[in-house]
Design a protein around this ligand. Structure first.
Ligand SMILES: O=P(O)(O)OC[C@H]1O[C@H](OP(=O)(O)OP(=O)(O)O)[C@H](O)[C@@H]1O
Ligand SMILES: O=c1cc[nH]c(=O)[nH]1
Ligand SMILES: [Mg+2]
Length: 211
């Protein structure tokens, strides 16, 4: 059974046009990433476990359901920060655990530079946030770290994922669920996703690297 969910939804298609377009402004890009993160987030949380509870409305008692497990959001710095607020809105009680990685420009291998996870207290479910899954190296480094921390269930939320990166994560971590808005076929020589959207972190934070 594949644990990959590619979200087919007209709103996803619409907002993907905005993030892919090189003429989209930085603020429009951020907003579209947030809208896509909500859409991916809804699908990535649709089977979270809830427990029954009774709520007193102004009229009568109502049978309701509350989320039953501690959930952690794990944005991969920097670009993953662009998905935090929309997911926090959906999951206001989730804790947020930051991990900082960048890709070496020559090798495309991930380099870790920020990790303050405590030795204990891992959430039951971790939602890893990163708009881009290219070679899969960054997300695999994070998955390994979360597993060694003790997270039981890991779900990766991405906006655009490349097929080679998906294949790699499915091969190395068959228990990890992937939720993506788009699957692109390939990577270029610099390991950028084709057609992709360029460098997500630079477009979110308006830090162009080449002019
Ligand atoms: O699947 P991979 O080949 O590892 O590539 C994906 C990673 O690359 C980007 O981060 P980047 O290194 O550009 O850092 P940034 O978010 O600080 O821009 C992106 O946000 C992912 O974290
Ligand atoms: O295409 C890519 C690949 C990695 N990181 C990005 O931001 N974009
Ligand atoms: Mg980047």
């Amino acid at each position: 059974m594949s644990l990959l969910t590619k979200i087919d939804h007209p709103l996803v298609e619409h907002h993907l046009c905005t993030v892919r377009d090189k003429s989209t402004s930085c603020s429009e890009f951020r907003t579209a990433i947030e809208r896509l993160a909500v859409l991916v987030g809804v699908y990535a949380t649709e089977d979270l476990i809830t427990q029954p509870t009774t709520i007193q409305t102004p009229i009568a008692a109502a049978n309701c359901h509350k989320l039953a497990m501690p959930i952690g959001l794990v944005p991969i710095l920097r670009a993953g920060l662009g998905m935090v607020h929309p997911l926090q809105n959906l999951l206001p009680d989730a804790s947020v655990w930051h991990l900082g990685l960048y890709r070496n420009e020559e090798t495309a291998e991930p380099v870790g530079y920020y990790d303050k996870l405590p030795s204990r207290g891992a959430p039951s479910v971790a939602l890893v946030l990163d708009p881009m899954l290219a070679t899969g190296g960054s997300v695999e480094m994070v998955i390994s770290r979360l597993k060694s921390w003790g997270v039981n269930e890991i779900r990766v939320l991405s906006i655009i994922a490349a097929q080679p990166g998906i294949d790699r994560v499915e091969r190395d971590f068959p228990d990890v669920k992937l939720y993506v808005a788009a699957i692109d076929p390939e990577l270029n020589e610099q390991s950028f996703i084709v057609p992709g959207l360029g460098d997500a972190g630079d477009r979110i934070f308006d830090t162009p690297q080449n002019g």
